[in-house]
Design a binder for this molecule. Structure first.
Ligand code: C2E
Ligand code: CA
Ligand code: CA
Length: 688
């Protein structure tokens, strides 16, 4: 310890200066120590001042009188480490009455270093506080290196302990003393993990040295220490001992752990991320190969997630992702690896001796887990997913190839109407290649006006006569012939071409309505609107412009929208729909039952027609109970219910039995080009 006596020495405040009477009392009490041949003083640890000193000690401290020394403020330039050490000594003395310590001190009275060996022991002051009795001895001729090394040992934050063979501490530097739970603590008691202690002992035994990072019990709780130990001999007794130095690396360790965790997990959902999944994939595949098992990669993509994000906002989208991640975790059986791949895509890796069986079971569990309605941003959502599967090793051996193929299969699942799982097969790649081709050609197609509108009648169930007609766009591709909208509408949407195309279809359909009306067939013509068209601010203006130009009566036009645009209860959407409705247009809710099926919308938005999706008409009885609900609701709310996709008489009978007002489907007529439809109208005149 270096203690410099400042010149002039800092003084204690006046109210803490000892009185003459107090000094006289101390002189009497310690009279027996006055004549010792060494400098002796009592240090008041709490007060940071000398309580009493003999004459030799006054000399050491270069003080003229006891009053002057006892009035010095020893705390004024005391470093934090010295203060901590003093507190440590104080508590050691309280714990062990016979405790004493030796330190080599360098004092700087008058700026000249004086080295002393100081021995400290506990001493109770008359008021009961623990103070320190210090006895000094000159060090004599000591090499400067040794003086400096002693200083370093006392000041360093590195904890240094010399242990006897039985684990008892022979010496601790102040830092080590501050880090033990009790002074008598043995090495094995400090180390939290017995296995770590065993490793330490083994390494010391075999190599004589050991370095490891381990958890240590300290008064501050469990901390991470980097510990180096080496076998040596105690300089005093010559017995075998172990010198241990420890550095607290908890902060580094925690930062490292956090960084490591963050680098391997997705911040939003807490699931493993790409990097983590890739690591796990390598291991799982190796295991699968070793045990001749199969593996499969599932790419899970949420259906209509983009709609949630666009209409309810990103916070709601995030909420949906977090909830979905939680549900997927539940669907997992334990051995599968689940990860978030990015956006609304999740990945599962499964290994099994019976892969197909297990995949089907997993798919079932995922569907069930996702099926329950989910409350997000005050709206009930029904979440479904499209899943693509690629099998290892037949569909690919590397993660890149398996992913690409699972992705193709996932797209196929989307195209097959979503909410389904599709296995990869070689033909899918071809499909995708042609889709990319199509995208390139779409722009040209708009310029060259290759789009044509087909018409399909909507029929009254009771009278079997036409009530309305739906306009359905086709692409007359110069090479491929007629291309279905299912193939190019999504591409138009993502390329931002849907606005132009949609208005063109509306314009043609409106003109056609006028033309047919002139021939005596004043049909209601319905036109599909893409949700993406609603993101355009000018939609209302564009629609009214087109209708006016066509000279059509708006009351004879219907617009088919899908539920997704109602999701956010967006004021803009509501405003547009109200205005359209005010113009006389009617609004149909298309594909009802496939989306979020939130029946509450039917009340809040100006909707006139409900088109029940064909899956309900064509599917098993299980689904039909929801159809029943939809029908009774539409009756209640005075909406016109329309059954879509009626292909068989049996289906029509079912539709009629339910009291559904109208239907549309191949059973009656397929969509037809305008010429053919007009011919057909002559033979099937609409009901008045
Ligand atoms: P949608 O609005 O649900 O149209 C009904 C679809 O069902 C049509 O497919 C129609 O041909 C088909 N369909 C009719 N009766 C039956 C049947 O009995 N069985 C089966 N299996 N299908 C039947 P299409 O014409 O291929 O259109 C597909 C989708 O493309 C439409 O579904 C609509 O969402 C979209 N679409 C078509 N034209 C346009 C358009 O001008 N604008 C926009 N935004 N979307 C359009
Ligand atoms: Ca439609
Ligand atoms: Ca539909």
């Amino acid at each position: 310890m270096s203690v410099s006596a400042p010149t002039p020495a800092a003084r204690l405040p006046a109210d803490r200066q000892p009185s003459a009477a107090a000094l006289a009392e101390r002189a009497t009490r310690y009279a027996a120590l006055e004549w010792l041949s060494r400098p002796v003083w009592v240090f008041d640890i709490d007060g940071r001042c000398v309580h009493w000193a003999n004459t030799l000690a006054l000399g050491v401290w270069q003080a003229c009188t006891l009053a002057e020394l006892c009035g010095r403020d020893m705390g004024s330039d005391m470093s934090e480490t010295v203060a901590q050490r003093l507190a440590q000594y104080q508590s050691d003395f309280v714990l062990r009455r016979d405790a004493s310590f030796n330190e080599q001190w360098t004092l700087f009275p008058g700026g000249v270093p004086v080295s002393l060996n100081v021995r400290f022991s506990g001493h109770r002051l008359p008021d009961g506080r623990m103070s320190m009795l210090c006895e000094a001895e000159p060090v004599g001729a000591v090499a400067p290196e040794s003086l400096r090394s002693v200083e370093a040992l006392l000041h360093t934050a590195v904890m240094i302990t010399l242990y006897a063979q039985n684990g008892e501490a022979l010496y601790r530097n102040p830092a080590a003393r501050a880090a033990v739970l009790s002074p008598g603590e043995r090495l094995q008691e400090r180390i939290a993990n017995p296995a770590a202690f065993a490793a330490l002992s083994r390494s010391l035994q075999q190599q004589g040295v050991a370095t490891l990072t381990l958890a240590v019990r300290t008064p501050q709780g469990e901390r991470w220490h980097e510990l180096s130990a080496r076998r040596c001999n105690d300089a005093v007794t010559g017995q075998e001992a172990v010198l241990v130095s420890e550095a607290d690396i908890s902060a580094i360790k925690h930062t490292e752990e956090r960084a490591n965790y963050q680098s391997l997990h997705d911040g939003l959902t807490g699931l493993p991320n790409r990097a983590h999944f890739t690591q796990r994939f390598a291991r799982a595949v190796e295991d699968a190969r070793a045990q001749s098992m199969e593996a499969a990669l599932l790419l899970i993509d949420l259906d209509q997630f983009k709609d949630v994000n666009d209409t309810l906002g990103h916070a709601a989208g995030d909420e949906l992702l977090v909830a979905t991640a939680q549900r997927l975790r539940q669907a997992r059986h334990g051995t599968e690896v689940l990860a978030r791949w990015g956006g609304d895509e999740f990945l599962v890796l499964i290994t099994s001796p019976r892969i197909r069986e297990d995949l089907d079971a997993l798919h079932e569990r995922i569907s069930v887990a996702l099926a329950a309605p989910l409350a997000v941003a005050g709206t009930q959502l029904r979440v479904t997913s499209s899943i693509g599967v690629a099998l290892y090793p037949q569909d690919g051996e590397t993660i890149e190839i398996l992913l690409r193929n699972a992705d193709l299969a996932m797209y196929a699942a989307k195209e097959r109407g979503r909410n389904t799982m599709v296995y990869y097969d070689g033909g899918l790649a071809e499909t995708v290649r042609s889709r990319t081709e199509l995208e390139k050609e779409l722009r040209l197609a708009l310029e060259r006006e290759e789009f044509e509108v087909y018409y399909q009648p909507r029929v009254d169930v009771a009278t079997n006569t036409i009530r309305a007609v739906e306009a359905l766009v086709r692409w007359n591709h110069p090479r491929l012939g007629l291309v279905s909208p299912a193939q190019f509408i999504p591409a138009c949407e993502s390329m931002g071409l849907i606005g132009v195309l949609g208005l063109r279809v509306l314009s043609q359909a409106a003109r056609q309505q006028v033309a047919w009306a002139a021939q005596g067939w004043d049909l209601v013509v319905s036109v599909n609107l893409s949700p993406r068209q609603f993101t355009s601010a000018g939609l209302l203006h564009d629609i009214t412009g087109v209708l006016r130009q066509a000279g059509v009566n708006p009351a004879r036009m219907e617009l088919e929208i899908t539920e997704s645009i109602l999701l956010g209860e967006d004021q803009h959407v509501l405003g547009v729909l109200r205005e359209l409705s005010a113009l006389g247009l009617t609004i149909a809710l298309d594909d009802f039952g496939t989306g979020y099926s939130n029946l509450a919308y039917l009340q809040r938005f100006p909707i006139h027609t409900l088109k029940i999706d064909k899956t309900f008409i064509q599917d098993t009885d299980a689904n039909r109970s929801l159809a029943d609900l939809i029908v009774s609701l539409s009756t209640l709310m005075k909406l016109t219910a329309v059954a879509e996709g009626v292909e068989t008489q049996e289906q029509l009978d079912w539709v009629a039995g339910r009291g559904i007002a109208q239907y549309q489907g191949y059973l009656y007529a397929r969509p037809m080009p305008v010429q053919a439809f007009t011919e057909w109208l002559r033979c099937h005149p609409p009901s008045a």
